[in-house]
Structure formats: C-alpha cells, structure tokens
Design a protein around this ligand. Structure first.
Ligand code: PGA
Length: 247
C-alpha cells in the first residue's frame, strides 16, 4: 500500500473542500485505487467538517500536529490528540520541520507520539536534515538521532509511518539524487528495524514532490509514498502526482 498524504499547512477555509471532492472523485474512478491511500491534513479549524464529510468516502483526514499532553490542560491554543481523535481524524503528523524549528524538541516529540498512539491516531513522524548538515555529510547521523531519540519498541510501531523530508528540499524545488535518496530510505528502514525488531516499515518521502519529480521518485521502490505540501493545494497537481506515479 502506497500513501499520498497532502499537508495543507496554513491553507484552507470551509469551501476548500471542493479540492478534496475532486480528488475523492478521481480516486473513486481510478483503476489503481486499491494500491494507495489518500490522507489530507487540513488545519485544525477544518478537521471536524472534513472528517464528517469524508467519513464514508475515500479520503482520510489527519491533523498537522498535536499537543504533548493528554486530553485537557491549561495551555492556551493547544489541541491534544484526544481532541483531534474526537472529531474524526485518523492520522497526525508529528515532528514536521516547521514545528521542530518552532521549538519541538525530541522530548516533546516523544510525548506527542506517545499520546497520539494512545488516542488511536496513526503517526506520520517527520525527520530530515538541513542544508548545513547535508553539506557536512551529517545526514545519516542526524536521521539516526531523530529516530532513536523519539521512537522505541515499547511503542506500537505498526501505527507509525516515517516521512523523510530533507529540510532543504521543502518548498524549494530542489530534490535529492535518485541514488542518494534510495540509500537514505534504505538507511532509515535499517534504523527502524534496529529500533523495533520488525522487518517492514512504511517510509515516505517529502520535499518538492510534484507531477514531474515523482517520475524520479517512482523509480525507487523502497519509497512507500509521499508527503506533499505545495502541490496538495491544487486538485489537478495532486492528481497528476498519482497519475504519473502509476503511469
Ligand atoms: P512541499 O512541502 O511539498 O511544498 O515541498 C512538503 C512538506 O513540508 O511536507
């Protein structure tokens, strides 16, 4: 099963649901539809309406983040996994570089993952190196640390998907080379195996995925799907990614 996950970031109002309706229609007619799953993470404000609307349809709804405490607390503007789950979300991103750069430490992320899983959300755990780390050949060290400091085998690792998103690639149009990316995905899977003792893991790629870059990514069979930012705000661009992937 492949994943196409659209991350809207700070985008969307109620009527933006039209974008998802078109994608849902495409999926319902697509002969390859059994081969992949579509998840969208709109902002908090839209999760409840969208999750209700797509409840019996093909698109699953998730959250872009969740708070590091359980259920309710006196933290202004915080939204817990419990609250997210209660309005119908099935997934949550954790550790997106946007949130890491705003202060999400490994310790905080550990709590976020723990409470998300406890509240029956599937976790898309995001990791990735920055430009400087890449330049200094630190990519593997950084990724290994990001994984081992947060994940451990006591967690339900079956409900965790990892998304590898090199920070320098997000929104920049720059992408890793095919060999580089293949090697990195294999490395991440190796680390995950060591952490969990399990053999199979879903590892997605994110960073400037669009209808043309996917032609390169699809040649790497170890990639289990994509986390898509910019191109997920247009039904045509998102559908093109899927079409080109299976072409
Ligand atoms: P992008 O964003 O597809 O616009 O590069 C990816 C992400 O931040 O998840």
């Amino acid at each position: 099963m492949k994943y196409f996950i659209g991350n809207w970031k700070m985008f969307g109002v109620p009527k933006s649901i039209n974008i998802l309706n078109k994608i849902n229609y495409f999926h319902s007619k697509d002969k390859n539809c059994k081969k992949y799953r579509i998840v969208f993470t709109p902002p908090y404000t839209l999760i409840e309406t969208y999750a209700k609307h797509f409840k019996k349809k093909r698109i699953l709804i998730g959250s872009q983040n969740c708070y590091q405490k359980e259920q309710f607390s006196s933290n202004t503007a915080a939204v817990s996994s419990y609250m997210i789950r209660s309005v119908g979300a099935k997934y949550t991103l954790v550790g997106h570089s946007d949130n890491r750069s705003e202060g999400d430490t490994d310790e905080i992320l550990k709590n976020k993952v723990f409470f998300a899983l406890k509240n029956k959300l599937k976790v898309v755990f995001c990791i990735g190196e920055n430009k400087k780390q890449k330049k200094n050949n630190k990519t593997f060290n950084v990724l290994k640390k990001q994984l081992t400091k947060v994940l451990d085998k006591k967690l339900n690792m079956n409900d965790i998907i990892v998304a590898y998103e090199p920070i320098w690639s997000i929104g920049s149009g720059k992408i890793p080379t095919k060999d580089e990316l293949k090697e990195t995905i294999i490395f991440i899977k190796k680390v995950l195996k060591r952490i969990s003792g399990k053999n199979s893991f879903k590892v997605l790629y994110g960073g400037s995925v669009d209808g043309s870059s996917v032609e390169i990514f699809k040649q790497i069979r170890e990639i289990d799907g994509f986390l898509i930012g910019g191109a997920s705000k247009s039904s045509k661009k998102f559908i093109d990614i899927i079409k080109n992937y299976y072409r």
